[in-house]
Every structure is written in structure tokens, then in C-alpha cells.
Design a protein around this ligand. Structure first.
Ligand code: C5P
Length: 251
């Protein structure tokens, strides 16, 4: 079966208020906020990502609010601790009904297996099971940091590929990676292993603090399954146009 593919909006806002204001603006047609079962917006409301800042500020209520409004939620908390702690924490997160959640692959296969067990226990009552993905190496870690600070002497692409294979061996659904790495990860881990790729910009956008960027159309060619897009949508004059353009280019 082909992987589900979608555009995920990174809701990097400080508060629930700011987030809901943005989403209301995004989902407004002729002045009216459309309801989540109104298919004028396509299939349901946009898939959104909540990161640490918003989750720590607003807590689990934020997830509840977004789910009630019909959004799918990727909870980007990047857990990394001993297996037992990660398992118990994932059980809590799974019970919130998140659609996707992540860990650091650097925690090792044992930690990732424990994460998956905990998540499935927590999500037992949901028919649609959440996806669990792993961060391979942060895009803020460059080759120099890898070698000189972390004392990992292999080249970055080899490390990323090995971490992806570890995630697969632990039973995870995929990884967060750069769209530049998506094809190689699919080749190593299989076409059904998800690649979730941030660092997306339209051709005319500034790259902001992202080092290696791709357009939604290029990410599609590279075989990315999900693109995570923040500022090109959230800071656009007309977010709905930017979101629609992402979907048109990528899907
Ligand atoms: O605004 P922008 O499109 O750069 O947002 C990208 C989002 O993806 C942010 O929420 C950022 O934290 C996240 N992310 C990333 N690179 C990673 C992992 C997550 O940019 N390696």
C-alpha cells in the first residue's frame, strides 16, 4: 500500500491563542471559519505539528483542542532517555490521541523499541495507531560537531543511514530527515519507511536559519512522504495560498 503523504504545518507559536488565531485565519472562507467536517477545505483540516515550546506552554489541552477541531497532530517532543522512562512517557502521549510522535535515534534500538511498546499501550483504544518516527541527526549538527564534539568519526550520511536502519530494526515507522536524504533512506529501509522532511522553502523564499532547503516540488521528486513547513506558511501574507501551493506542488 502506498504511504500516506501530506503537508504538515509547523505551528511554532507561543500560545494556544496565537495558534488558534492563525488556524482560524487559515481555515476561513469568505469570512467564515469552516467546520472540520466541511469538505471545502479538502480532506479534513490541515495536519499540524506542535513542538516543545507550545506543548510546554499549554500542555496536553493543546492536543485536545486541535483534535477536537479536526486536525491531525504530530507531537514533536524528540524523547531521549533510558528505555523505561521513554516507554512510560510514550504511554502517556499515546493516550492523548496524537497521530505522530518522535524520539532521538541516538537513544539506541532498545530505547526506540521501548518507545514503540509504550506508545502502543497508550494508544490501545484508538483504531488508527500513531506513527512513531526517529530524529537521525539534528540538521543543526554539522560534520564538524559530529567529529570534534560528539567524537563520531563516520561521515554524516553514513551516520544518518545507520540511525535510520536502527529505527527500522526497532519497529519504528520512519525518520525525520532532510529531503536530500529521503531517497537514500528509502533505498536502505524500504519504500514504506516514512521520511518526514523539514527545511522546505518556495523557490523565491529566504532560507531563514535552514541550511539545506528544497521546494515542495523537489521534495516530491526525492520521494519525501511528509513535508513539514513552518514560516513559508505561517509568515506568509496569505497563509491559505501558501498552504494550497505546498499541497499542489507536493501531492
Ligand atoms: O519555519 P520552518 O519551515 O523552518 O520550520 C521547520 C520546522 O521543522 C520547525 O518546527 C523546526 O523545529 C522543525 N525541524 C527542523 N529540522 C529538524 C527537525 C525539526 O527544521 N531536523
Amino acid at each position: 500500500m502506498a504511504n500516506q503523504r501530506d503537508v504538515i504545518i509547523a505551528c511554532d507559536f507561543k500560545s494556544a491563542d496565537e495558534t488558534i488565531k492563525f488556524l482560524d485565519r487559515l481555515t476561513r472562507i469568505r469570512g467564515e471559519v469552516i467546520s472540520c467536517d466541511d469538505n471545502r477545505f479538502g480532506e479534513g483540516r490541515p495536519y499540524v505539528k506542535i513542538g516543545m515550546e507550545l506543548f510546554y506552554a499549554e500542555g496536553p489541552e493543546m492536543i485536545k483542542l486541535l483534535k477536537e477541531r479536526g486536525h491531525k497532530v504530530f507531537l514533536d517532543l524528540k524523547l531521549h532517555d533510558i528505555p523505561n522512562t521513554v516507554k512510560k512517557s510514550m504511554q502517556v502521549l499515546g493516550a492523548y490521541g496524537v497521530d505522530m510522535v518522535n524520539v532521538h535515534a541516538a537513544g539506541g534500538i532498545g530505547m526506540m523499541r521501548a518507545a514503540k511498546e509504550g506508545l502502543m499501550l497508550g494508544a490501545a483504544r484508538f483504531a488508527d495507531k500513531p506513527k512513531l518516527i526517529a530524529v537521525t541527526q539534528l540538521t543543526s549538527t554539522d560534520e564538524e560537531t559530529l567529529h570534534n564534539e560528539l567524537l563520531i568519526n563516520k561521515p554524516m550520511d553514513e551516520v544518518v543511514k545507520q540511525y535510520a536502519m536502527n529505527a527500522k530494526a526497532a519497529g519504528l515507522d520512519g525518520v525525520v530527515c532532510s529531503a536530500f536524504e529521503a531517497a537514500e533512506i528509502h533505498a536502505a529501509c524500504g519504500a514504506d519507511f516514512l521520511t518526514v522532511t523539514p527545511g522546505i522553502r518556495f523557490a523565491e523564499n529566504s532560507t531563514d536559519d535552514q541550511k539545506r532547503v528544497m521546494t515542495p516540488a523537489q521534495a516530491k521528486i526525492e520521494g519525501a512522504d511528509f513535508i513539514v513547513v513552518g514560516r513559508p506558511i505561517t509568515a506568509a501574507d496569505r497563509p491559505i495560498d501558501a498552504y494550497t501551493r505546498c499541497k499542489e506542488e507536493f501531492l
